[in-house]
Ligand binder design. Structure first.
Ligand SMILES: Cc1ncc(COP(=O)(O)O)c(C=O)c1O
Length: 466
């Protein structure tokens, strides 16, 4: 398979978008400039249809989907039972705030929360709103002013979540004055750590930074409300923290009377092979943020779970926009959870994660351009490195992602030096195997050809012009 991308229909529609969509001007200018330098345009497509493990573009090309609606479809695309449940909720309630499904869902989520210790739920529409709501809740509950977040983290695109996020150094540009209550600490990456440090020493350093550096030199401990952490840092490159780090965070929070907020918008509801990623670490947060998979891939549903005393009586912590907890969103979540139980989805996702880890296990030793393969269940990332002085690491990752797409496998690479994959939790094992076979072919091609100027797509390879 070697698709010509974008196909004619996708290309025509992308051109129609250029005069109207966000960044259309920037995209066009960047395309012309890079074409003049001999760069190839990035492989792109517009989805025309989606079903199960596959999407088809407007030109009829079929792709194995490891992109998964930005990690949002736990049970594959357009799951008929979820669509039916949402349809029935629409027919019965249209849009209402006061409908029974939100209570049913809150009741079920309470049973599923880590240690059943977070019985209260506050609905939001998106992960962004839910993360902001969790921060607000922590500040109001503790009556303190500071939140600690981490390098490379991503919590959303709202004003508040942009400020706590540290996707890259441009993240907070022009918002510096608004971010006075945010302290950023180093995330325990497993690569590119300071020279001479072992992984364990670096984790110790990250914990020392939180408990000693911040409290002795930056802000007194009694002014800090919470640590906000992704237990599996997703958008910033699928970094997987160690048990000692996550347990260290819990210990530091307990010792200092800080709250631990786990942002499980992407890692939650089965992505890592357990219902919540914190369960891999035997850690119970005080507040948990959920989204993405709760939608069943059909209708938005997100929110914040917390301990009784945090969310049970806190009049300052107002929350929930008009469309938070819609009947359709709650119906999608309820049906998704029902299918999880009935079809043993967590076991399926754990087994698929093992299959993938096994399949990719020798890529690091076989391919010079592969830096590291990281998996936690089906939270999967491969990091890439460029030969010295030839290109940036992320160019290699983009090239691989491009070569994958042309072979019919859709994965994510934005600006990070990783290709990230988020297959549906019930993907057919053969389809996943085939997707990874094609990915390896793509890696082999990029390595064989060598990465030289002109060989890699200069722009992020999603349809991110828009
Ligand atoms: C960990 C995390 N938190 C929050 C968000 C924001 O969620 P949403 O895009 O639904 O607003 C994301 C989105 O990728 C995420 O990965």
């Amino acid at each position: 398979m070697n698709y010509k991308l974008p196909g004619d229909k996708s290309r025509a529609l992308l051109s129609r978008g250029l005069p109207h969509m966000r960044n259309g001007l920037r995209y066009q200018a960047a395309s012309e400039k890079s074409a003049a330098k001999g760069f190839k345009p990035p492989a792109q497509m517009i989805v025309g249809r989606a079903e199960g493990d596959y999407v088809w573009d407007l030109d009829g090309n079929r792709f194995i989907d490891l992109q998964n609606g930005w990690a949002t479809n736990p049970l594959g695309h357009c799951h008929p039972e979820i669509i039916e449940a949402v349809h029935l909720a629409h027919k019965q309630y249209g849009f209402q705030w006061e409908h029974p499904l939100r209570i049913e869902l809150a009741e079920q989520l309470a049973q599923l929360m880590p240690g059943k210790a977070l019985p209260r739920f506050s609905f939001e529409v998106s992960g962004t709103e839910a993360a902001e709501s969790a921060i607000h809740l922590a500040l109001c509950y503790t009556r303190r002013r500071y939140i600690i977040s981490f390098s490379s983290c991503f919590h959303g695109e709202g004003l508040g979540t942009k400020m706590v996020s540290a996707y890259n150094s441009d993240n907070n540009l022009y918002m510096e004055a608004w971010a006075g209550g945010v302290l950023k600490a180093p995330y325990p990456y497993s690569e590119n750590i300071p020279a001479g440090m072992t992984q364990e020493q670096y984790v110790d350093y990250c914990l020392w930074y939180l408990e000693t550096h911040i409290t002795e030199f930056v802000v007194p401990a009694e002014n800090i409300a919470a640590i906000l952490i992704e237990p599996g840092l997703a958008e910033g490159g699928n970094w997987i923290p160690s048990v000692s780090f996550m347990q260290g965070i819990r210990r530091i929070c307990d010792q200092n009377d800080w709250l631990m907020i786990a942002d499980e918008v992407l890692t939650g509801v089965g992505r890592t092979g357990k219902m919540w990623a914190v369960e891999h670490y035997d850690v119970i947060p005080d507040i948990l943020v959920a989204g993405k998979h709760l939608s069943g891939g059909i209708e938005a549903c997100a929110g914040v779970a917390a301990r009784d005393e945090i969310l049970g009586d806190n009049p300052r912590a107002t929350a929930g926009s008009t469309f938070a907890g819609t009947p359709g969103g709650c119906a999608a979540a309820l049906k998704t959870l029902e299918i999880f139980e009935r079809d043993n989805i967590l076991q399926q996702s754990m087994a698929l994660g093992e299959l993938a880890a096994q399949r990719m296990s020798d890529w690091g030793s076989r391919y010079e351009i592969v830096g590291q393969v990281r998996t936690l269940g089906l939270l999967m990332g491969v990091s890439f490195r460029a030969p010295e002085g030839v290109a940036e690491d992320f160019h290699v990752a983009r090239s691989v992602r491009d070569a994958m797409l042309r072979r019919g496998v859709w994965a994510i690479c934005d600006n990070e030096a990783q290709v990230r994959m988020y297959p549906a939790l019930n993907m057919a094992p053969d389809v996943l195997r085939q997707g990874l076979d094609l990915m390896e072919e793509a890696i082999d091609e990029v390595q064989r050809k060598g990465v030289t100027a002109g060989d890699y797509p200069p722009m992020p390879s999603g349809n991110v012009g828009f």
